[in-house]
Ligand binder design. Sequence first.
Ligand code: HEC
Ligand code: HEC
Length: 309
Amino acid sequence: MRRRWPALAGLTVLVALLAGVAAGALWRLSAPRPAMTEADAASLEGGNAVNGRRVFNAAQCASCHASTGQTDRLRLGGGYALESPFGTFRVPNISPHPADGIGSWSAVALANAILAGISPDGRHYYPVLPYPEYAHMRREDVRDLIAYLRTLPPVEGRPAGNELSFPFSIRRAVGLWKALFLDGRPIADDPTRSVDWNRGHYLVEAMGHCAECHSGRNLLYAVKANQRFAGGVDPSGTGFVPNITPGRIGRWSVGEIAEVLSSGRTPELRFVGSTMADVVANMRELPVEDRQAIATFVKELPARPTTRP
Ligand code: HEC
Ligand code: HEC
């Protein structure tokens, strides 16, 4: 017995060391990795607010950030409560109000929130702000979006914070999720496809975040690649969002898909409701060629069977 003591003590020290190393490695892995630094500041100034408005609509910022209890979608006072299996997220004020919104934020700070899900004080945002998709946005479009956001009316008031259950309330853990699932590469054009398809690909995957609602998810709540666009449970758990691949809507023409985006009317002569009605409120503000491009991309998605919940 006596002789095993030193060995046991050694083992305990080793285990403790390993746990420390593992914790240290996890801590480092979960560190915030900004997409832009002060060196990029000049490249984010002088944006074109007209194109920025187009980005704002394609990315549907107003669907979540418009002040609750009023109809002006350009008053971005926040307050909307997003229910999820982890608790309630409360959408912040991103109007240019200097104290309650983003009025005093630098362009670099804003770009890091949108592209990398990182706050000005270096903390992670939850991917409910769809930065896993926005991360693919071209830097010029982010610059223009920032210019547009700064033209909107300042709104007073700070909504209450999130109400999340433990351990989901630990923001640092989002860093591990990012290490597993965040791919910040900008979307490259595919020269074998049409101009329309490439524009649609970009609008859908970097801005429209259609996959965030229309896909199946894994246990860590990331979109499953083989169920992308194949339908999935509504993130708030209230229903099933339909499959929009040709596996289900293969008979719909590009024009019919574009019609859903402009008026909400499907070829089955039904009007889309629920959160898709908000999507349409944004899509109909886009130039007709953008809706056409999105429809072209959707029409050519790989056919997938509907994901069963
Ligand atoms: C699906 C809903 C949703 C959409 C769409 C959305 N956001 Fe957000 N946004 C959120 C939520 C929720 C948070 C807070 C996340 C958290 O607490 O970690 C947030 C946080 C932010 C923040 C940080 C604000 C702060 O006070 O810390 C900024 C900036 C922001 N969003 C900008 C945008 C812009 C710009 C767009 C459009 C390109 C956009 N968001 C689209 C839900 C959304
Ligand atoms: C916030 C969640 C959300 C986002 C983002 C979203 N959708 Fe939807 N979508 C829905 C829901 C929910 C429905 C079902 C609405 C209904 O039937 O009333 C729907 C329905 C549709 C339909 C009609 C399908 C049918 O069978 O009736 C099409 C087409 C569609 N969406 C395309 C898109 C495209 C393209 C995008 C991206 C530009 C997108 N959606 C983004 C939630 C979303």
